[in-house]
Write a protein that binds this ligand. Structure first.
Ligand SMILES: NC(=O)C1=CN([C@@H]2O[C@H](COP(=O)(O)OP(=O)(O)OC[C@H]3O[C@@H](n4cnc5c(N)ncnc54)[C@H](OP(=O)(O)O)[C@@H]3O)[C@@H](O)[C@H]2O)C=CC1
Ligand SMILES: Cc1cn([C@H]2C[C@H](O)[C@@H](COP(=O)(O)OP(=O)(O)O[C@H]3O[C@@H](C)C(=O)[C@@H](O)[C@H]3O)O2)c(=O)[nH]c1=O
Ligand SMILES: [Mg+2]
Length: 293
């Protein structure tokens, strides 16, 4: 099958381009080849590539900057996926899209399921929720994979920030009252490939298996298992990364680290639905160890 992959320079896009090899003909695009802020270009590129599956990890992910660029965030995170879904509909193509724990307000005590009502507290969260809704409205076979706290060895992420700060400072002050599940970019790529393989009868089918996709179409939470705070994540990063200096890691409250965008206090997602339909997910700390090893 022909797969159009967006955002190949991003954390997840980079891993996907490598992990998807073997599942079909991968047309992996960067921002210059398909700018999601340019909806006409998005339409034209999809019409010329004619994919059977569109995978869209590209997004406006700068959570704080989005607060002062709501129109651009909305175009990239909501309007562009809407155009992709409309084009997929015309082509008879399926779509895999990624969304975020930041669609929730964070006030729930337990982990969030797919049935919980989103209530985003930031421009980024609102724009990602609008993207989910645009895809759902198109009536195409799709998987929307909501994940959280993505890290890896490349790109911009909390793991690399902490590793850098550990070398520069004697003390890190990290919020200890926001809870979530750090998820390795490679895990997401691997379970995405697993899902495609399963839906495509072992990956041998050339065309979209509409019956299999329709039976599994929908919204899934997909994160590493377990939970921690940003402070707990920081302690684990410092414990497991070899050769790092060992700064003091001081727990602080959210109010002591003011930022433009409000983050959810609890954004732990339950991945039970995905694990029942597709495959198991690793514990966050086990995946972190493998990543930094
Ligand atoms: N990062 C996280 O912690 C989380 C992310 N997600 C979601 O998962 C998905 C993948 O995230 P992640 O890999 O971390 O994201 P990154 O920020 O690492 O990568 C984003 C990608 O989108 C591309 N992009 C941004 N703007 C445009 C544009 N206008 N046109 C074309 N491409 C563009 C970037 O290109 P360039 O390199 O040129 O900037 C980059 O390739 C996203 O949908 C995100 O919302 C969900 C939960 C957590
Ligand atoms: C660097 C730093 C951050 N923090 C806090 C701020 C914030 O509450 C928390 C995380 O900071 P970041 O800005 O790296 O993370 P943030 O950009 O909020 O990460 C989010 O990105 C988007 C794209 C998502 O979809 C989410 O799942 C989530 O991963 O850590 C400290 O307390 N001390 C520090 O020194
Ligand atoms: Mg950030």
């Amino acid at each position: 099958m022909k797969i159009l992959l967006t955002g190949k320079t991003g954390q997840v896009g980079y891993e996907l381009e490598r992990t998807l090899q073997g599942l079909g003909e991968i047309v992996a695009l960067d921002r210059q080849q398909m700018d999601l802020a340019n909806l006409d270009q998005v339409r034209d590129v999809i019409r010329s590539v004619k994919p059977q599956l569109i995978i869209n990890p590209a997004a406006y992910t700068a959570v704080d900057l989005a607060e002062s660029a709501p129109d651009l965030a909305m175009r990239i995170n909501a309007d562009a996926p809407g155009v992709m879904a409309a084009e997929a509909k015309k082509l008879g193509a399926a779509m895999i899209h990624y969304s975020t724990d930041y669609v929730f307000d964070g006030d729930k005590a337990e982990s969030y399921t797919e049935e919980d009502v989103p209530h985003p507290q930031s421009v980024y969260g609102r724009s990602k929720l609008a993207g989910e809704q645009a895809i759902q409205a198109a009536g195409i076979p799709h998987l929307i994979l909501r994940t959280s706290w993505i890290y890896g060895l490349r790109g911009k992420n909390f793991l690399l920030t902490v590793q850098r700060l550990a070398q520069e400072r004697d003390e890190l002050r990290i919020v200890a009252d926001q809870f979530g599940a750090p998820t390795w970019s490679r895990t997401l790529a691997e379970v995405t490939a697993h899902a495609i393989c399963q839906l495509q009868g072992g990956g041998t089918q050339a065309n979209v298996d509409h019956a299999a996709w329709s039976a599994h179409s929908g919204l899934y939470h997909v994160t590493a298992q377990g939970r921690t705070s940003w402070h707990g994540f920081t302690q684990a990063i410092i414990a497991h990364s070899s050769g790092l200096k060992q700064p003091k890691v001081t727990p602080i409250a959210t109010q002591d680290y003011p930022l433009p965008a409000k983050r959810p206090q609890n954004s732990v997602l339950s991945s039970q639905r995905f694990m029942q339909a597709f495959c198991r997910l690793p514990e966050w700390e086990a995946a972190l160890k493998l990543c930094v090893d």
